[in-house]
Design a protein around this ligand. Structure first.
Ligand code: NAD
Length: 488
């Protein structure tokens, strides 16, 4: 690849960090870089080391400071898959990069290439836009009692605004007609409820794009049976993690899909598959997934013309039946090595596919900075507190009695006790199975002071009951910001 000053056309080359990865990584990266060079990509690669060797050198994140520094400068990374060594202590490199650099959107186009790549859904052509930073992926987990563990699910308004706006901007830039939101807001009314509500608010800014919302379970079922009906799907992190793999598998081409991780400052592009150690070094790997990641990268850095040229040549190669072993089948004419496949794409640069549709690639760079908030911050008032208690006694009325006795002098009232979310006091069903984890809800006259809260906890502890944690109960502009107990 030529540096900017050496390029005959004088165009400025964009510095791009390149990670060759592990397993099949180096061979597919070489193949991809040779295609980019032949296509005239205006990039200046800067190699960084990530992955297995870095892990083995004792750096548990899989990326060292020098690589991080390069990445902070280039702001764009093309990454081949890496091997995460087995055993504890190693952190996922992807999660590290995603979190350190705020890569909030994971974008994964899933398009069938029938009949050249067999699939039950030949017309499928959708894009999954997955929120990448929030939800249960904060990794905030605790064991709280002998029996009970918890994982905190965080959904923010600002994070949701960014991902939803990104999805609509992506749809607009890529001529997509509809954005579907998946959530589970019939159950998680506050967290997924926020995701859905923000989706509706932002959708209103894009009247030319159709919008719909589905509960994730029925949405997933429809996706599995009829993926052709979807266009762009935006969804929170966990649902997106699961369903983006389902979608890639459905279009028959897990080995061929690329993905982008986009942040306001930095973006990372890769194949969705792993390092395939079983076929490493044998020239069998399909470089298409990484190539498709690179095509997304070129669009991101404003080189849609080159991205289009590569995409067209690649589609032409596929439809001529020139295939690597993983997709070799009835429609194939020759079985090619990684290197020969790359050369076949290079030979077809400048050609268009004759059967497969070649979608127009725009300079689809979209960052979705949150809009400046003009609405005043809501009036927040503490109206109560949930105190979680580790207790193994029975009956529940005994716990209630002890709590009421302990807090009799304080300006709060015990209103409810739940166990695993189900109300067990003052009303209860005999059939509710109780564990050693009790949520005890105290309400008081608003605003409840910090001193009252401190006295409440102290009184409960002095009474010999163990408080595991507390959650403040707040209203925002008078609207309750907490859920009721099941059966309340
Ligand atoms: P994998 O995707 O590497 O391999 C699964 C199967 O698909 C294997 O049979 C493999 O030969 C085949 N395959 C994958 N990519 C191919 C390609 N381009 N061409 C032809 N065949 C291909 O998944 P795995 O075996 O579960 O994981 C291997 C390693 O990769 C693990 O260490 C895992 O942690 C890592 N991994 C890394 C990433 C990443 O870096 N983004 C993603 C997933 C897995």
């Amino acid at each position: 690849m030529l540096a900017a000053e050496n390029r005959p056309d004088g165009a400025v080359a964009v510095p791009v960090a390149i990670a060759h990865g592990d397993g099949i990584g180096p061979e597919i990266m070489d193949a991809v870089l040779s295609i980019l060079t032949a296509a005239g990509a205006r990039i200046e690669p800067r190699t960084i080391e990530v992955g297995e060797r870095v892990y083995r050198a004792g750096i548990s994140s899989g990326i060292d400071d020098a690589a991080l520094e390069t990445l902070a400068k280039t702001r764009v990374l093309l990454k081949a898959p890496i091997t995460t060594p087995q055993g504890g202590g190693y952190k996922s490199l992807n999660v590290t990069i995603r979190k350190m650099f705020g890569l909030y959107a994971n974008v994964r186009p899933c398009r069938a290439l029938a009949p050249y790549v067999p699939t039950l859904h030949p017309k499928m052509d959708l894009v999954i836009v997955r929120e990448n930073e929030e939800d249960v992926y904060g990794g905030i987990e605790h064991r709280q009692t002998a029996d009970v563990t918890q994982c905190l699910k965080l959904i923010t308004r600002s994070g949701t605004e960014r991902i939803v706006r990104y999805a609509f901007e992506y749809a607009r830039a890529n001529g997509r007609k509809r954005v579907t939101c998946f959530s589970k807001d019939n159950i998680m009314k506050i967290t997924d409820g926020l995701f859905h509500r923000v989706f509706d608010e932002i959708a209103a800014e894009y009247p030319e794009i159709e919008r719909e919302h589905m509960i994730v379970d029925i949405g997933a079922a429809k996706l599995a049976v009829n993926p052709e009906r979807f266009d762009v799907i935006v969804l929170p992190n966990l649902y997106g993690d699961i369903l983006s793999d389902v979608a890639a598998e459905l279009c028959g081409s897990v080995g061929m899909a690329g993905s982008a991780n986009i942040g306001d400052e930095i973006a990372m592009f890769e194949a969705i598959h792993g390092s395939a150690p079983d076929i490493a070094g044998r020239g069998l790997a399909n470089p298409s997934g990484l190539l498709n990641g690179a095509v997304m990268m070129l669009a991101h850095i404003g080189q849609a013309d080159i991205a289009q040229k590569i995409q067209n040549a690649w589609l032409r190669t596929i439809e001529e039946g020139l295939h690597t072993r993983d997709i070799y089948g009835a429609q194939s004419t020759r079985c090619l090595s990684t290197r020969d496949f790359a050369d076949a794409v290079i030979e077809r640069l400048g050609m268009e596919p004759q059967h497969l549709h070649a979608p127009a690639i725009g300079n689809a760079v979209v960052t979705a900075r949150p809009a400046a908030h003009t609405a005043p911050a809501p009036q927040k008032e503490r109206v109560g507190i949930d105190v979680f208690i580790d207790w193994t006694g029975a009956p529940t009325s005994l716990l209630a009695e002890r709590l009421r006795e302990a807090t009799a002098e304080l300006p709060v009232e015990l209103k409810m006790i739940t166990n695993r979310g189900t109300q067990v006091w003052p009303r209860a069903s005999e059939m509710t199975r109780c564990v050693d984890h009790w949520r005890c809800r105290f309400m008081g006259e608003a605003p409840l002071s910090g001193a009252t809260i401190a006295q409440l906890i102290a009184a409960i502890e002095i009474a010999g009951l163990e408080t595991i944690k507390t959650e403040g109960l707040y209203t925002f502009d008078g609207v309750a910001g907490y859920s009721l107990g099941q059966g309340q």
